[in-house]
Design a protein around this ligand. Structure first.
Ligand code: TYD
Ligand code: MG
Length: 455
């Protein structure tokens, strides 16, 4: 008879200790340890390991060309690095209600159309609820199995019967393994279930997609441990009250992590947005407004035009507020410091708010010049010409530094009908001839001179 254990587990990071403590020594969170009883019947690994891979020389390993399964969506494939890798474990995380189940069901339809078998384990919904949704999304296939089940051992049995290429678990918080007694959704259960799923992926060469809900503070509910265990972590995010949805990979063992995928949630499901710049520009009016600037950001393999807005107003606080959405806070402080020192804007008695439209996070320095111009134009109540795109990194001395992939950015601006691009002087001769006026500027001051005018 196995020994019954109780332990205290941090619900934030998965740290375990035999007795209660108020503060987790691992992640520093307070009051996150809960007691979990664990009744281990047998190691879950014993039951499912079928074929141990033999040790061999790297030169002897043959690469299987069909190792990636295309998802049927260009946007999703881009984020995955070219489709689902066979035998990998992918975590799709996002807020409840953001559209994870919808995305997975639609993708399931596309994958099954390629003659691949898929089991969709809907632990949160009944089979008929899934059928209703599938009908609405026009998903139908003889290769798509739906299994409303929360017990992972039952799922493992079905895998042996059906032998699918892909297994979807919706969601990891609602399945449980009978090998341990703690309730589903607890750190121990999530960790153990993910272990079992990892074994299924690696030993049976099945691609496993696991859906995980995100807590209010933005963590994948329960443990960070989940992120370390899986091969790929993708976040599905967006404003619930808007229709834009962004896919972003934060970890990918088989591809780059700086790609994003853009979708639009419509009445009959998610549609992919092949040209996201158009979507982000749609809400922009033709009229130039103080504090509004279009920048060309580089997201993985493509350029994206986005609008940056700034609001500057006199403060009623003892120390002025600096608020940034979509831009790193310290980057904003640095840009404000350069504006104060090099341009002479006195922002010490003004609140500054900066917002990137469309829920995009800009983390590259090429957006600096655009952010600086948004703040400066709002402060002085002037405008940046509405047909102008701004590209450039600002150094602390107020010079504009060169940026990478400049041609791709200019091309995107030209495609969307912009007439002028302000780019760094340091970027050397451009190879192509563009139908867009290119103005190269050496310093922040020069950029203000060439593209800012009165309202
Ligand atoms: P869902 O995929 O259930 O979210 P999650 O699995 O992440 O919790 O999506 C639920 C939301 O999506 C719901 O609020 C309504 C919206 N939706 C649409 O707008 N159109 C659709 O065709 C579908 C299926 C859902
Ligand atoms: Mg769901």
């Amino acid at each position: 008879m196995a020994k019954v254990k109780t332990k205290w587990v941090c619900q934030n990071c998965g740290y375990e200790t035999p007795k209660y403590i108020g503060k987790c020594p691992d992640c520093g969170a307070w009051g996150t340890l809960t007691e979990e009883a664990e009744y281990k019947i047998q190691s879950p690994h014993q039951s499912i390991v079928t074929d141990e891979s033999p040790i061999c020389l790297i030169n002897e390993i043959e690469i299987n060309e069909s190792i990636r399964i295309p998802s049927g969506y260009e946007e999703l494939d881009r984020v995955l690095g070219g489709g689902f890798v066979q035998g990998s474990l992918i975590l799709l995380a996002g807020d409840p209600g953001i559209g994870k189940s919808t995305l997975v069901l639609q993708t399931a339809g596309k994958i099954c159309a390629q003659n691949k078998k898929l089991i969709y384990v809907c632990a949160e919904e009944s089979g008929s609820q899934v059928k209703l949704r599938a009908k609405r999304l026009n998903v139908n296939s003889d290769n798509l199995y739906v299994y409303s089940q929360t017990n992972l051992e039952a799922v493992v049995n079905q895998i042996d019967n059906i032998k699918p290429d892909i297994l979807v678990i919706d969601s990891i918080q609602s399945v449980y393994t009978s090998t341990i007694t703690s309730s589903s959704g607890s750190v121990s259960q999530i960790r153990e279930c993910t272990n079992i799923l990892m074994d299924i992926a690696k030993n049976k060469n099945i691609t496993v997609i696991v859906i995980g809900h995100v807590t209010k503070d933005g963590n994948i509910a329960g443990p960070k441990v989940l992120e370390h265990m899986v091969d790929t972590v993708i976040y599905f995010e967006g404003d619930k009250y808007k229709t834009q949805r962004l896919l972003r990979s934060i970890k990918n063992r088989f591809g780059s992590t700086n790609e994003i995928g853009v979708f639009n949630m419509a009445d009959n499901g998610l549609e992919e947005v092949i040209n996201p710049s158009e979507l982000f520009m749609k809400e922009k009016t033709d009229m130039a407004t103080p504090g509004s600037v279009i920048i060309a950001s580089n997201e993985g393999t493509r350029a994206l035009l986005v609008e940056v807005q700034a609001l500057v107003g006199s403060t009623s606080y003892p120390s002025p507020r600096r608020v940034s959405t979509g831009v790193e806070y310290n980057r904003l402080l640095q840009i404000i410091a350069v504006l104060e020192k090099r341009i002479g804007l006195n922002l010490s008695k003004h609140d500054v708010y900066v917002n990137v439209i469309g829920g995009i996070e800009i983390d590259e320095p090429a957006a600096d010049l655009g952010i600086a111009l948004a703040i400066a134009t709002c402060f002085r109540d002037v405008v940046v010409d509405s047909d102008c795109v701004i590209i450039g990194e600002i150094s602390l001395s107020g010079e504009i530094r060169n940026v990478n992939n400049i041609e791709k950015r200019i091309y995107e601006a030209q495609k969307l009908g912009f007439k002028k691009a302000i780019i760094p002087k340091q970027n050397k001769k451009l190879s192509e001839n563009y139908n867009i006026e290119i103005i190269q500027v050496p310093r922040l001051m020069d950029a203000i001179k060439v593209c800012v005018s009165k309202k």
